[in-house]
Design a protein around this ligand. Structure first.
Ligand code: UD1
Ligand code: CA
Length: 456
């Protein structure tokens, strides 16, 4: 029996009070539905069908090139109706696994017992919770045999006290499911076609239907509002932090690390508190990340250190660099080995050669800087003329004094020295001292203005 996965993602998510369809709400760096798609991809399924509806093509467009079949549920008439839109695309000998776009923390291995149990007929994944409010309750008979699922709004006083709930994740043989879906009615408090009604149908037909209790309540949390979204965010970040620690990373406080993407680390990496890692981050051996740092799509070589309050985006650094504190490295920057980028320095779309230093209060944009260059404090590459961006080139071993304006396009030769405070607009030859500033003058006998003694 092959596995077909159906992911329900057509609902609006009214309780989010958002213009964005619920399944597109960002969770740890990707849309909520993306996490479910990833889990599904890890299941060895023959096909993955995603039922979409509210928000229309926006949901489809959020996952370009994804190998899934998109099934439109034009009107959201309930979870049973949603599965019914996908079932025509599924063959009778398949096992159908229904996942929910708003239950994103589930891991593939936790679904295996559910899929196994469904081979006999059908199975629902259940969990015992402290507060069952809002969920469908699992109704069993005196001997513990599963009877049916009752939605909260249809439940009586006694049923509402049941603390075993439906996670919404259900699996069934496709042949049975097709028959049951055809027989659903919307005769209930919400006037919807409930997928959960298939349980009572299986019981009535004597088809085996199992309630598989999961021991991982955090994985089956449904997300309906922003508070639950925030809780899921924490759980997911914690899961990722633990994973990093298992792989030899020291995390100062796993509750204060946000991983909103994928991270690969070498050995003995240290990550301090309040760090945000986004996109694809790769950290070599012995990298140290200081507190309050944000890295997005960043590749850092072994031994590189990023000090407090720095932001690095779409850039890479070689081994042994020191970046920060308070540095901003913008997209397209490549730092070679042993480069120093100091405090209040901004670098954009530039290459900096091995051993070069840009230590204080400087802007470097659209530049190619050679090796062992020293860029003095307060230097600015004037790369923008109001219309176009221009390049600055600084040769190996050049020494740029403090407070220099390099008006691009401009070329500083290797070994050149530029006097402090110069405005360089035509370039500077290699090996020479170039100074472009007004000479110092002293004007004698200055009379400073004085305040009138009457105070007027
Ligand atoms: C559902 C279950 C409930 C369970 C809970 C777990 C039913 C009837 N109820 O309730 O027993 O405890 O999940 O979280 O199944 N959807 C569609 N099309 C629709 C309606 C819903 O695609 O017409 C999707 C939603 O986008 C969502 C999922 O199905 O991803 C669940 O729907 P939701 O309305 O959130 O159901 P619950 O009331 O939470
Ligand atoms: Ca829900």
């Amino acid at each position: 029996m092959a596995l077909s996965v159906v992911i329900l993602a057509a609902g609006q998510g009214t309780r989010m009070k958002s213009a964005l369809p619920k399944v597109l709400q960002p969770l740890a760096g990707s849309p909520m539905l993306g996490h479910v798609l990833e889990t599904a991809a890890g299941l060895d399924a023959g096909a993955i069908h995603v039922v979409y509806g509210f928000g229309g093509e926006r949901v489809v467009e959020a996952f370009p090139g994804r190998d899934v079949s998109w099934v439109l549920q034009a009107e959201q008439l309930g979870t049973g109706h949603a599965v019914a839109q996908a079932i025509p695309h599924i063959s009778d000998d398949d096992i159908v696994l229904v996942l929910c776009g708003d239950v994103p923390l589930i891991r593939a291995e936790s679904l295996q017992p559910l899929i196994e149990a469904a081979r006999a007929g059908a199975a629902v994944l259940t969990v015992v919770v402290d507060d069952p409010q809002g969920y469908g309750r699992i109704v069993r008979d005196g001997s513990g045999q599963l009877l049916r699922i009752v939605e909260e709004r249809d439940a009586n006083e006694l049923e509402r006290r049941i603390d075993e709930i439906n996670t919404g994740l259900i699996a069934a043989r496709a042949d049975h499911l097709r028959r049951w879906l055809g027989a659903l009615t919307a005769d209930n408090a919400q006037g919807e076609y409930y997928l959960t009604d298939i349980v009572a149908m299986a019981v009535a037909e004597n088809v085996p239907v199992a309630a598989v209790k999961t021991g991982n309540p955090d994985e089956v949390r449904g997300i309906n509002d922003r508070e639950q979204l925030a809780q899921a965010e924490r759980l997911l970040c914690l899961r990722r932090a633990r994973n990093l620690m298992r792989h030899g990373v020291t995390v100062a406080d796993p509750a204060r690390l946000d991983v909103r993407g994928s991270v690969r680390c070498g050995r003995d990496v240290f990550i301090d508190v309040n760090v945000i890692l986004e996109g694809e981050v790769v950290l070599g051996d012995d990298v140290r990340i200081g507190p309050n740092v944000r890295l997005k799509d960043v590749h850092l070589g072994a031994g590189t250190e990023v000090l407090d309050n720095s932001v690095i985006e779409s850039s890479q650094a070689g081994t042994g660099c020191v970046i920060g504190p308070f540095a901003r490295v913008r997209p397209g920057t490549e730092l070679a080995a042993s480069v120093k980028v100091g405090n209040f320095v901004e670098i954009k779309k530039s290459q900096v050669g091995q051993g070069s230093k840009v230590n204080h209060l400087t802007y470097v944009g659209d530049s190619v800087i050679g090796e062992t260059v020293n860029v003095g404090a307060g230097t600015i590459t004037c790369n923008y003329d109001g219309v176009n961006k221009h390049q600055t080139k600084i040769g190996d071993g050049a020494f740029i004094g403090s407070g220099v304006m390099l008006v691009a396009p401009v070329d500083i030769g290797a070994g050149a020295t530029i006097g402090a405070g110069s405005v360089i607009s035509r370039g500077a030859p290699a090996g020479e001292l170039t100074v472009a500033r007004a000479p110092t003058r002293t004007i004698p006998n200055l009379q400073r203005p004085k305040k009138d003694s009457t105070g007027k």
